[in-house]
Design a protein around this ligand. Sequence first.
Ligand SMILES: *Cc1c(COP(=O)(O)O)cnc(C)c1O
Length: 432
Amino acid sequence: MILHKHFDVNAEGHLTIGGMDSVELAKKHGTPLYIIDENALRTQCRIYREAARKYFGEDALPLYASKALCFTGIYKIAAEEGMGIDCVSGGELYTAKKAGFPAERIYFHGNNKTDKDISDAMDMGVGTFVVDNNDELSAVSREATRRGITQRILLRITPGIDPHTHRAIVTGNVDSKFGSAIETGQAMEIVKKAIDTEGVCLAGLHCHIGSQIFDIEPFADAAAIMTQFIAKIKKECDFEIKELNLGGGLGVRYTEYDREIDYADCICKIAKVVTELCKKNGIAQPRIILEPGRSLVAAAGATLYTVGSVKEITGFRNYVSVDGGMPDNPRYALYQSQYTALIANKASEPKTYRATIAGRCCESGDLLGENMELQKAERGDILAVLVTGAYNYSMASNYNRIPRPPVVMIKDGKDRVAVKRETYEDIVRNDV
Ligand SMILES: *Cc1c(COP(=O)(O)O)cnc(C)c1O
């Protein structure tokens, strides 16, 4: 096992993913190549769904935060696993529609839904809008009223929690482009307004405090603030908040320095806190919604590359260049995200080499990692970066006119292309 159960080494000394030889997969499908282990993904879905029902009650629903990895095949799996989904754009909604995802289980997020997004989502019959701010409340109300419908909504609230994580992905603070803050009084204002707004039905509240969080405390703090706020709404407005969406954000083991997380245990602990807090604040426990993204798909993924130039700069460092980079994984360039890499065809050899893994773009910052421990790398080797299922394909670009790699799903010893490799023809498709 390497980091996660589904990564291992076979008798040939090759990295296996879900029991399949990664070197064979690279040969068959070419590189760069995204692999998603479907069983690993479905297992995570089941852990969330079962723990949510067991600890929060039968009506609890985990939503898959689709920004983490979005294509039609993923939505089909989410539907089969009994999940809801959260979508943040017209493009994600369109993909969900193409996949036949049940619209009533879609939560429509985002801090700036355009009028067209709002109208398209209503055409689709999207179950719930998560309204970010006052202005958006008016826009949703206007369109719903014009149609003569009542749109179910949640309000996005910022509880003001610092989840002790990377600043660039902190979203629960007061000064955030997302939501209305409790601390400034804006949250209560928008709640009062929503209760009296035509065309919308205020079902509940949403908060999302950040990502890659390994401790229960920030979630418990957020739950405490949200339940107190719900009690305050009951007292001041005589209005019952029936649903509380606690967002996503549980961490993922990217390297051996990250702790292993027992997700069911985390959900159990958060549920205990929520139940106690509801009692303490004198409110009925609202229906709980969870919104994991990364912790459902990240570990299920790996990316395979072919090693090209290997350059050793004496007294400085070694560069191992691969045939992908920031176009398929911009996360090191954006946030110095740490990954585990290895030479897939030498996976049983010790990691005695240290190198910076460089991408192929004309950009010095195009790196996949620095000071990485690797097996000795040579031109033609297959390099694997593990735990790339989240925020890789979904953040991919065509920078330098590089076609996006395919996504291959593997399950029970079989592989199938879920997203085709882009061609150069795809690259010029919209050029007129
Ligand atoms: C990003 C995001 C999520 C998912 O976060 P993860 O860290 O991937 O679990 C959930 N909800 C909202 C509103 C988000 O913005």
